[in-house]
Design a protein around this ligand. Structure first.
Ligand SMILES: NC(=O)c1ccc[n+]([C@@H]2O[C@H](COP(=O)([O-])OP(=O)(O)OC[C@H]3O[C@@H](n4cnc5c(N)ncnc54)[C@H](O)[C@@H]3O)[C@@H](O)[C@H]2O)c1
Ligand SMILES: [Zn+2]
Length: 403
């Protein structure tokens, strides 16, 4: 309730209100089956939808997608877009906003549908959160990264002037609709990219998940999590939402989910044409494991087990362009992001952690030497592939081949 009070010769009006956050993260299967109504969640009877879809996904599901909306009598404006890290930008934001404006979206009653990976989800959600100051958005992630991370929280973003996710908003989706069957066309490298984030949370918060990854992770990856790896998949979502829900607006800047995200952001942007987000996270995790061992927070056997399981799964644990100075720049940048303190989550065992604020460049330099000795030879075969530069036609062909 609005109150006001005297302040000397002036007045202060105290605006105090709370905004409830309610959204569902819903698992479903075969979301494009016409008998499955989940995709049309939230429309309150409207028969129009603005649908932004990753063009690689569109090429492989064009007919199914059109048939779905036709079956439901929905007038769908389908906008396929190229959504990769180098074009996660305001240019893409404006491109979508223009189309959306031309569609004359009904502001509350026609949820924008975002079908694609984390890049698409972040950009479309950003457009939705700012278009007429907020239109509902249903996120339909089609990558493992999207399913277990990008699409289920409330962050939206574009990169800006080479800074990753520098401009964005906090805005919950209307809903996130999770269907693992999208993954059957996702290239294996992108499956592992998602596993990088799953591993991150396992290492820092979830010992049983680490054991599951060690035991069943490889098989789940081989199956692309389409039918196998259900427990790992659900545990990953559960773990992520457990971390996010009490701290959606990041009022507490000590976040376990920042594991893997302290040293890597600058490396990721430096090698943005080649390195994927989850790969950068895995590389950061591997370095962090070594750092924890150098601090005697974990013993050498635990360190080697962590690195061994990561390598066994095919996660990258080292990168040729990483230097202590680059990692230090990243720590300093993150320190500003975390309001003046490093707040770096560091393992104290498998699945346990604490936060530290006293990392120095000298410490990074000496940990780097050990990291190089342990992991320098273990460069993942993918680490230098020119993924983002391959033509879209080649990407579609590759995904079909792999599918
Ligand atoms: N908002 C958040 O909380 C959050 C969390 C984690 C990651 N992210 C962001 O997510 C992004 C990474 O997302 P990503 O890993 O999904 O990458 P991505 O969105 O670039 O997608 C990866 C590639 O897979 C293709 N693709 C997507 N679905 C496919 C399918 N089913 N079959 C075949 N090909 C398919 C895309 O065209 C793309 O080339 C980063 O920008 C990261 O910052 C955001
Ligand atoms: Zn991440």
């Amino acid at each position: 309730m609005l109150t006001s009070r005297a302040n000397g010769n002036h007045r202060i009006w105290e605006v105090r209100t709370h905004r409830a956050v309610n959204y569902d993260v819903r698992e479903t299967s075969d979301v494009l089956d016409p008998t499955n109504p989940t995709l049309l969640v939230g429309g309150r009877g409207s028969l129009r939808r603005f649908v932004v879809v990753d063009e690689v996904v569109y090429e492989t599901r064009k007919e199914k997608l059109k048939a779905y909306f036709e079956h439901h009598g929905v007038e769908a404006r389908i906008m396929p877009i190229t959504a990769t890290e180098p074009n996660k930008s305001f240019e893409l934001f404006f491109q979508i906003a223009r189309e959306l404006d031309a569609f004359k979206l009904n502001r509350r009653n026609e949820p924008i549908i975002a079908i694609g990976g984390g890049v698409l989800s972040d950009v479309v959600s950003f457009v939705a959160s700012t278009y007429r100051r907020g239109a509902p958005c249903v996120r339909v992630p089609t990558t493992l990264m999207g399913l277990i991370d990008a699409a289920i929280g409330i962050k939206t973003a574009v990169n800006f002037d080479k800074a990753k996710n520098r401009i964005g908003t906090f805005e919950p989706p209307f809903a996130a609709v999770l269907d693992r069957s999208w993954l059957d066309t996702l290239p294996m490298r992108h499956i592992l990219n998602g596993v990088g984030e799953i591993m991150k949370l396992a290492l820092i918060c979830d010992p049983p998940q680490f054991e599951l990854l060690a035991k069943e992770g490889k098989e789940a990856c081989e199956d692309k999590f389409v039918t196998k790896g259900t427990e790992i998949f659900r545990r990953a979502i559960d773990g992520m939402l457990q971390e996010l829900e009490p701290n959606l607006w990041e009022e507490n800047l000590e976040r376990a989910t920042d594991f893997g995200h302290t040293f890597s952001p600058m490396l990721e942007m430096k090698d943005v044409d080649n390195l994927l987000h989850g790969e950068a996270v895995a590389i950061d995790c591997a370095f962090s494991v070594v750092l924890a061992a150098e601090r005697k927070l974990i013993n050498a056997a635990t360190r080697d087990r962590c690195l061994g399981v990561m390598t066994e799964l095919g996660l990258p644990v080292w990168h040729a362009m990483a230097t202590p100075e680059l990692f230090w720049d990243s720590v300093e940048e993150r320190t500003a992001h975390r309001d003046g303190y490093q707040r770096v989550p560091i393992m104290t065992g498998i699945g346990t952690h604490k936060f530290i604020n006293d990392i120095t460049l000298d410490e990074l330099k000496s940990a780097f030497k050990v990291w190089g000795e342990l992991c320098g030879g273990r460069v993942n075969g993918h680490a230098h592939a020119k993924v983002h530069k391959q033509s879209r036609a080649a990407a579609v062909a590759a995904s079909l081949e792999e599918g």
